[in-house]
Design a protein around this ligand. Structure first.
Ligand code: SF4
Length: 409
């Protein structure tokens, strides 16, 4: 039988596991008993929550765990039966389904389940689903659900946008103070913002190592390595972790060690991962000697605007400058820059059926970008968590044909 290739392991991942375990313990272990827990959307105002002393839980991270472990397939139907459509965000349906079923990856880790929130804080910069998601738990637990309504499809992140978002973030302070029973301290917020900024800079450096030919890490590695940038930004631990990971990747560059042996082609991944197929996607690309070197998704946790001297406004800027809440013009300019910077040969668009917000193949962007960059593209139909919407055979065939097309060029 031919030997299948295995993704090259990153040694630092062991240390990441330690940081992530400690984080989960701080939320669900015995020492969490007296802590106040805030649920936060993945690009929500985590810095403000940390500065006030909340322990911050990100349910989208758990959504990804449900997808990666393929438990989502068992939990989604529970949410569907409750009335949450199979057409809406499958993080939402996986997570609410997991709650209704009373099962999920946290149980397998020895916890009773996700931590119960004292407050749920959203930012609709990414989608409306996050608010609907959090409101389910607000009703279940009779706790407040508050948040920020960021405009979407933003062309220029101008003063009116920044002003409205800044005022909304400031408006969260009072209610959060009364929930935690503590006064807000602006100097603490400055410290947390400085930590988030540092984490962001390191995460950007990590991802940027893949601009090297051959790339020392792939998109599939990035989806795992991004954990601390998502859930631990604003803490020293995230910085400590990327200070372990980065030297390892630099060593790979010096030693000419590639994530994909015999790297011949380089691809940009636009859209979300198919969490339940991470490994099989990674292996297929390795077999095709093709490195997926950059992605919109992993880059979404690079926030270049954080400024401790201007905490509220810089948070508004950081969380409104995101790819996901911009209009197609800035999105295309961004991808074109990435194609150039990462020496990309072609673009793969993942059309995730239950997340229109992270699917950019639906309004003619692929063709426009091909005209602009001269790079071919392929569209893969699938989903982040709902594997009923993903045909492995079709995706494999499309990817193979795409790499053949790159070879012919
Ligand atoms: S952006 Fe997409 S995947 Fe993320 S919460 Fe919203 S609908 Fe779900």
């Amino acid at each position: 039988m031919p030997k299948t290739v295995e993704p090259r392991k990153i040694a630092a991942t062991k240390a990441m596991k330690g940081f992530m375990d400690a984080y989960f313990n701080s939320l669900m272990g015995p020492e969490a008993e007296k802590a106040k827990i805030a649920w936060c959307t993945s690009v929500g105002p985590a810095e403000l929550l940390r500065a006030l002393g909340f322990r911050v839980y990100f349910p989208e991270n758990y959504g990804a765990m449900l997808g990666a472990t393929r438990m989502a397939g068992e939990t989604i139907p529970f949410a569907n039966a409750r009335g949450y459509s199979p057409d809406i965000c499958s993080y939402l349906t996986s997570d609410i389904g997991s709650y209704l079923k009373g099962d999920g990856p946290f149980r397998k880790m020895g916890f009773t389940g996700p931590p119960q929130a004292d407050v749920l804080v959203y930012n609709t910069n990414q989608c409306r689903d996050v608010k609907d998601w959090f409101e389910f738990y607000a009703r279940e637990w009779n706790v407040p659900c508050i948040g920020i309504h960021t405009p979407r499809g933003i062309g220029e992140v101008d003063k009116p946008v920044i002003d409205t978002v800044t005022r909304q973030i400031e408006g969260l302070v009072r209610p959060l103070e009364s929930i935690i029973g503590k006064r807000f301290d602006i100097d603490r917020l400055r410290e947390v913002i400085a930590l988030s900024r540092k984490c962001s800079e390191l995460w950007k450096e990590v991802l940027h190592t893949a601009a090297n030919v051959p790339a020392p890490l792939s998109f599939f590695d990035g989806t795992i390595q991004m954990g601390p940038a998502v859930v631990l930004r604003g803490t020293q631990e995230a910085i400590d972790y990327y200070n372990i990971l980065l030297p390892e990747l630099k060593e790979r560059i010096t030693g000419g060690i590639a994530a994909v042996d015999g790297e011949s082609y380089r691809i940009y991944w636009e859209g979300m991962p198919v969490w339940g197929k991470l490994k099989s996607n990674a292996v297929q690309f390795m077999e095709l000697h093709t490195a997926v070197v950059a992605s919109t998704y992993c880059n979404s946790w690079i926030f270049e605007d954080f400024d401790p001297d201007n905490p509220f406004e810089s948070m508004a800027r950081a969380y409104s400058n995101l790819f996901i809440c911009r209009s197609d013009g800035p999105k295309e300019a961004y991808i074109a820059r990435m194609v150039d910077e990462f020496k990309v040969d072609g673009i793969l668009y993942h059309n995730a059926k239950t997340c229109p917000n992270n699917s950019n193949s639906r309004y003619d962007m692929p063709r426009r970008l091909q005209e602009k960059t001269g790079k071919p593209y392929v569209v893969i139909d699938g989903d982040l968590n709902d594997l009923r919407l993903y045909s492995e055979e079709q995706a494999r065939t499309n990817i193979e044909a795409f790499v053949e097309q790159l070879a012919q060029q």
